[in-house]
Structure formats: C-alpha cells, structure tokens
Design a protein around this ligand. Sequence first.
Ligand code: AMP
Length: 541
Amino acid sequence: METKTFAELGLSQKVQAAIEAAGYSSPTPIQAAAIPVAVTGRDVLGIAQTGTGKTASFVLPMIARLETGRARARMPRSLILAPTRELAAQVAQSFEKYGINHKLSVALLIGGVSMDDQVRKLDRGVDVLIATPGRLLDHFQRGRLMLMGVEILVIDEADRMLDMGFIPDIEKICNLLPPRRQTLFFSATMPPEITRLVNQFLRDPERIEVARPATTAKTITQHFRFTADGEDWVKREILRDMIRTENVKNAIIFCNRKRDVAILLKSLLKHGFNAGALHGDMDQKNRMETLDKFRNGEINILAASDVAARGLDIPDVSHVFNFDLPWQSDDYVHRIGRTGRAGREGTAQSIVTPDELKSFKEIEKIIGETIVWIGEPPGEQDFADAGKRRRGRGRGKPGAQRESGRGESSRGGEGRRGDNGHKEPRRASGGPDRRERRQAPGMGEQPSVHGEAEARNASPRDGASEQRRPEGRAGKQQPKAPRSEAKPQPREHERPKAPAPRQRPRPAEGDQPSKAALSAFQGNVPAFLRKPPRPVKAANE
Ligand code: AMP
C-alpha cells in the first residue's frame, strides 16, 4: 500500500494544522486506513493494539465530524468507552492535543476523580464524553445524562473490556444509544465474544487490521541474553551490564512478579541508576506520579510489572528489558511494543535462564525471525533440559512463590557481597563481558510466522492479566457504595496457567472521589479537568 499523507485523509484544515503542531509527518497504517472511512460516517472495526496510533485514528475523524453542530444539555454528541481510567484520561489528552484549533467540550467520567466539574459540564452539554462503562451507567442510572443524542460511539480496547467483565455493560450501553449512529470499534484481538458484539452492534463496518507492532515491526531490534546461572543477583548484574552497554535514553524493565519489581528498584537505585517502579500494589496517585516523572525525564528507568504497564501510553521509550521472560508470549508482544512505536527505533533485550527456555521457544515462534543472542547462546542440552529442572523459585510455575521477600538465594559461591547483602557472582557462563552476537545452533531460520492471528494463537489471552486493576463500578443497587480507592489487587504472581473465564465479577469502584483521589492525576490531569486558579497538587509536594 502506498504511503498516504494526512492531507489525503479527508480531514479539515484545522485538524491538519493540529496534526502538524503535534509533529506527525505521516499517518500510521491504521490512521491511513481508518480515517478516510470514519470521516464519511461509516462504522469501523479496527483490529489494532496500543502503539499503532489507533487513538488518533478515531479522535481525528471525530473532531472533524463534530466541527459542525452543537451539544445540548446532558446529551453528549459522542461517547468513547475505555476499559480503564488511565486509558480514558489518555484519550482525553488526545482531544486536547488534536483539538487545539477547536472549541469542543470534552467530559471525562471515570473513577477516582472528582465528578463535580464533569457533571457541571455535562449539564451544559458536551461534544465528547469519555467514560469507563461502569461509571457511565452509574451516571445514567442517576439521571445525570441522556444517551439519545449520541451520534458517534467509540469502543476502545474491546478485548480488555472483555477480560475485565465489561461486556454486559457494553451491551446495555449500546442498547441505550440511538440505532442510527456511527460506531468505531477497536480491539487488539478478536475472540468469539468480541466478534459476537461486533455482529450485534456494528452496521456493515469496514474491517481494518494492522499487524501487531511487535510481530512485524522492523523498528524494534530484539536481542536475547542467555545465562546458565539463573540466580537473581546474576541476572541483575547482567541487566546492569546491558543498560550500561546500550545507549539508553529511557527504559522499561519488566519483571514477572511485583515483589521482584521492588527488589530490582532497590538494586538499581543502589547502583546509581535514575529509576522508579510501577507495580500493581501502588495506589493510583503513586503510579501517576511515577509515570509523570518517567514521561518528563526525571527518571529514565522504570521497573514494572505487566499489569501496571499495560495500555499506558509512554512515548519514546528507547529500550525494553525483560528481567524475566513473560510466561505468556502475548505479554512479550505487549512488553516490547512499548518501544519502536509509531515508526521510531527501539531495542528490546531479554535475559533468558535455563528454566525460561520453554517460554523462550513460544516467544521465538511469534518473533518469526532469526534470534540474535548476546554472548553465548543456550546449547542443545539446555533446550533438552528445559522444563525438567526447577531452580530456586520455580520458573515457569506462575503460582510459585518465594520463601523470602528478599528474593536472593545465597547459593552460587564465594563472591563479594552484592545487592541486598547477598553474594555477587563469579562470572556466569556467557557472562556480562562477553558480547559477540551469535545465532543459536539449530535455531537459525525459523519458518516465518506472520501476523497477529498466529501471535494470538500462540498464546491465547488468559483473561487474568487485567483483572488486577479493574475499573469496576459500584454495585448497581448501591449508588452510595463506599469509596474504594484502595481496590483489591489480585496478586501478580497468581497468574493462572490455564485460560481463566473471561467474565468475572468486578470490585466496586469509588463513588465519591476525594481530593486525594483527584491528585492521583497529578501532572496527568487533562487541562479541562483542572481548575485553572488552583492547579491540583500532590499532597507531598
Ligand atoms: P496509540 O497507539 O494511539 O497509543 O499511539 C501511540 C503513540 O504514537 C502515541 O504516543 C502517539 O502520540 C503517537 N502517534 C500517533 N500517531 C502518530 C503519527 N502519525 N506519527 C507519529 N507518532 C504518532
């Protein structure tokens, strides 16, 4: 397909000027394909994940279509449903960015943020309402808004909605909307439940599928580093070596367990790195503060768990490191998709231990390219032994827990004292100083596995990953449900191996958010949410 320019997509001059101001030179594939269809008012089924530029692919045509017409009190003209409050807030920020030349009124209905301003806005009439499904229904049931004026509906990240048990809410909301409307529907994957939803609520949609960035992105350089010694302190030394060797502008380091995120952060700080952490135990405020620091360069290394990092728009990440290989190959795709976004160059480097070789084989299938090893690749015997041995903490057993929170084993010989008072390694086989890049014997040319369909098949979504941070809503019969900022956080190390049922009960979402809750969006609060004279400040600032 020939490359299109933004001028060819049917957007107005005002929208094009905003795109120019955003610094985009050409549309991404999803934008090039979806925008010309969406501006005509047709339904779109976009199969694309975060990092492809999908947000602009619905925000830009929406702005163009909402240019004319006026909003009426309590009757939003368009509705965007997002699975989490962070995503909803990011979409709202996109309206600020791309709508600089427009006077569109945007309201955000999400948990954890004071609703007074937003409700006042709704009362006056909004062009765009962005909401999480539960919040929207709560407000609807309280009679604070009517949905009969919605001309455009956007459902973003539908498969995550499915994982989080939002499908019944989505169905309810769709049935409350006028049947004559445009629907723009986005999902990274198309499990049967999502296909059913599409068949039920979209009218003759244009189906646009773009490859997962990770499966086809030539912009991500992927390297693997095998260590025969899988002890954590060995891995941490290797990691430090990787970071120091690479030209790291900013990096996300993924661990499989939130406890290890904390340990790794401690170690990184001790070794003088400018680091922060993002994991499921942190409250919203801390997460947002850390993310802001990472965005504005105050810290340039972020140790993170999958759950904490999923779906967040963190632009311009130069490197992704996998301290642990993810148990699900799908998560590998998500993780490395944090770099090499929207055509930029990125590097992903993963540490592989003997116990992770089984997971590695799965990941290798979806990469579909020759694997490049830094240092010594694993031998045939390592692969033959893969899965047989269980070291230390039961790699490959998602439910396995460590005995000690310290996380270090003192096995491994006579080294100097290292992180957390534990012994530092003697150089492991294929140690940090050996850096030739080689191909693994017998693993040279893989049959190329392309496209996300196969990527999906290789690792069906387990549906468990997002349950830990649900944007659930208060029970429907309890409009005055107690606020639950500290929502129950299922443990990250409890990721089940087998696919979990998709529809799951949701914990209650906060109902009457406090100032503290509002401050959770410190630095990330879209301008229209801020009260101009008194900008929201984090309590500890
Ligand atoms: P998204 O997939 O919507 O999460 O977007 C991923 C990132 O790509 C965001 O940081 C956008 O600001 C950026 N982006 C979106 N469209 C373009 C474009 N046409 N050129 C360059 N960057 C873009």
